[in-house]
Design a protein around this ligand. Structure first.
Ligand SMILES: [Fe+2]
Length: 163
């Protein structure tokens, strides 16, 4: 649910957001919730209770501390969503190899949805940057955010600034 929560937070916090952005973001939240429900279904099918599974809330906490919310959106989309495709494709291959047809389909839904989410980012990130008055060009802004993502998320340090 971390991705869905971040997108919901961005949707609420961005002032002056166009209706089309709200529409696309609503689709994105729906997709993320569906991915979570697929996980629940998988766990229950394997005798596990999803509500007994630890939640990685510290990731959401970490991502939520960056103002403005457009940075949270960029961290999620250009960081996590873009970079996870090789992993997802490896999961498809593994499920094919070991006969996990349902699991393979779950990952394929995820790949299709995340491809759309990256398209949404490509459409909306430039607009959001204009809305918040960001002066850096899109390419520079994205590179700066990805630098933070690599230094903090990829390393697993996830510093939480409490003040
Ligand atoms: Fe996504």
């Amino acid at each position: 649910m971390l991705a869905g929560k971040t997108v919901a937070l961005v949707l609420i916090l961005v002032r002056g957001r166009p209706w089309e952005f709200q529409y696309d973001t609503g689709r994105c939240i729906y997709d993320e919730v569906r991915h979570c429900l697929m996980g629940y279904e998988w766990m229950r099918a394997h005798g596990m209770d999803p509500f007994q599974s630890p939640q990685y809330l510290h990731v959401f906490k970490w991502r939520s501390q960056f103002p403005p919310p457009v940075m949270q959106y960029c961290l999620l989309t250009m960081g996590n969503e873009v970079h996870a495709f090789p992993y997802r494709h490896r999961r498809v291959e593994a499920h094919q190899k070991f006969g996990g047809q349902l699991s393979e389909q779950f990952v394929r839904y995820d790949i299709a949805d995340e491809t759309q989410h990256v398209r949404f980012n490509n459409r909306w990130l430039p607009e959001l940057l204009k809305l918040v008055g960001e002066k850096r060009p899109l390419k520079q802004y994205t590179a700066d955010v990805i630098k933070v993502w690599k230094e903090e998320y990829r390393t697993g340090k996830l510093p939480i600034n409490v003040e």
